[in-house]
Write a protein of this length. Structure first.
Length: 100
């Protein structure tokens, strides 16, 4: 089979000469796609960890019980560490914990 010249997206390439060349080209393309996907995932994880680090510097995680009228308390150590004073506005994320 004689090689032919073809244009693909503005580039001139030779067509593959055998099934082995075709298979190799397909494998190379798949590997490149995997590399790009892995790189994207690594960047996403890195970004998430960076955000988590920033979040953890300005937040606290603790368990507390719901009191009468649905009130919860922020432990004193966490209030002091974060500089929270009476009357300050805070954001709360609630995750219920089931009792065993």
């Amino acid at each position: 089979m004689e090689s032919q010249r073809v244009r693909t997206m503005g580039e001139e390439n030779e067509t593959p000469k055998s099934m082995q060349d075709i298979a190799k080209a397909m494998i190379d393309a798949q590997l490149e796609a995997l590399r790009k996907a892995s790189s994207g995932q690594a960047e996403a994880v890195s970004g998430f960890l960076s955000s988590l680090n920033t979040f953890s510097r300005f937040s606290a995680v603790f368990k507390t019980s719901v009191q009468k009228a649905g009130r919860i308390s922020i432990p004193e150590a966490e209030r002091q560490a974060l500089g929270i004073k009476e009357g300050d506005l805070v954001q709360v994320v609630v995750i219920p914990i089931k009792k065993a």
